[in-house]
Design a protein around this ligand. Structure first.
Ligand SMILES: Cc1cc2nc3c(=O)[nH]c(=O)nc-3n(C[C@H](O)[C@H](O)[C@H](O)COP(=O)(O)OP(=O)(O)OC[C@H]3O[C@@H](n4cnc5c(N)ncnc54)[C@H](O)[C@@H]3O)c2cc1C
Length: 329
């Protein structure tokens, strides 16, 4: 085995972002010629293992234990550490989810190995694999490679690869059930009830026009400007995460990997830098207009129309022009 993808499930529910990781892994396997295998970790998750076995992989491991029924980092590491020590994959790939971020550093450390997180791309240079990750809020992208012995751990950021492009296998791959031995002494925490998110009050996925505001808006009182633009266009107001974290707009207005994923006809981004976690939530928009005073802001990479300028200069006349155009129509 050379590449192992650990697909994600929680309480028996498959996390579809795992398909993105598998797509990335298939690309690496095609480039390197390495064998690609997958593993699912849990209790009674054979169905998920069989679903994954339908994709282009050589084999799927179903790592089972009743102690894995509820997710805990201790149980996951106790199950995976001896498994990886025995299978010796070169590369262990996982989606960059909250669950993976919880256990992956512990797992890599337990094996004395390195982890490159938040990866958005991968390419081969000579004999080395280079993994691209964003730094400083997306201002720079760095190519990082591993030093030291494998297994090397990598987590792929949401949206880095297309889950719908995962290749199916010519026939179903074999599934091997592995009974994980997890000593009681390894388990130090007992999970309480899973926190359930409140039902979303606004469904931005249905909006045709969205005006999204980021930290460039500076102060809470300025949000009204973006609201006026949204109103003039008959659209919805939305925001990047820091705006919702500050309580300037409700959480259900947040766009991105930990917010809503939207695909309106028009997405106007005001003072949003374009961090990957934001981009994944809006890149399906049909037309993107970005206003940012930094010409190098990553949001311009996904913008159809980019306005390099101060949003406080750009937005008020824009509202006036829209009002005039509407009045004339
Ligand atoms: C696990 C995780 C999940 C995350 N989930 C999300 C998510 O779901 N959604 C999300 O949005 N973020 C998310 N983030 C945060 C993300 O990484 C960024 O920090 C965030 O998107 C940045 O928000 P911003 O673009 O508003 O702010 P900044 O990055 O601070 O950018 C502000 C931008 O405004 C521009 N600007 C400043 N003043 C003006 C002006 N007067 N006129 C025009 N432009 C101006 C600046 O040039 C800059 O580009 C997540 C992060 C993590 C670690």
């Amino acid at each position: 085995m050379n590449i192992l993808v650990i697909v994600e499930q929680r309480e028996g529910k498959f996390n579809r972002v795992s398909w993105e990781t598998l797509t990335g892994a298939q690309a690496i396997a095609a480039e390197t010629g390495w064998t690609l295998e997958a593993a699912v970790v849990g209790s009674g998750v054979g169905e998920i293992a069989r679903e994954v076995a339908g994709k282009k992989v050589a084999k799927v491991y179903d790592l089972e234990s009743p102690k894995l029924a509820q997710y805990t980092p201790d149980a996951f590491v106790a199950a995976l550490q001896p498994f990886l020590a025995e299978k010796k994959p070169r590369l262990v790939l996982m989606p960059h989810t909250y669950q993976v971020r919880d256990f992956a550093p512990k797992l890599a450390t337990a094996l004395g190995r390195a982890l490159i997180s938040d990866v958005i791309g991968c390419r081969k240079q000579g004999e080395r694999l280079l993994f691209t990750r964003q730094m400083f809020q997306g201002k720079f992208a760095a190519d990082v490679s591993f030093a030291g012995d494998p297994p090397h751990f990598v987590t792929f950021q949401t949206g880095a690869f297309r889950g719908d492009q995962v290749e199916a296998g010519a026939s179903a791959a074999p599934v091997e059930t592995v009974n994980a031995e997890i000593p009681d002494s390894a388990l130090r925490n007992r999970p309480g009830e899973v926190f359930k998110e409140a039902k979303q009050a606004v469904d931005l996925t249905q909006a045709e026009i969205i005006v999204a505001v980021g930290r460039g808006i500076k102060e809470e009182k300025n949000i009204v400007l973006a609201k006026q633009l949204a109103e003039a266009l008959g659209g919805e107001i939305a925001a990047s995460r820091p705006i919702c974290d500050s309580g300037w707009l409700p959480m259900d207005r947040q766009i991105g990997s930990s917010g809503q994923t939207v695909a309106p006809k028009l997405y106007i981004a005001l003072g949003i830098s374009g961090a990957i976690q934001h981009i994944v939530g809006m890149k399906g928009s049909r037309a993107v207009v970005a206003v940012n005073k930094d010409a190098d802001a990553p949001i311009f990479e996904v913008a159809d129309i980019g306005v390099v300028g101060n949003l406080f200069d750009v937005v008020p006349p824009l509202i006036e022009e829209i009002k005039k155009a509407k009045a004339g129509a």
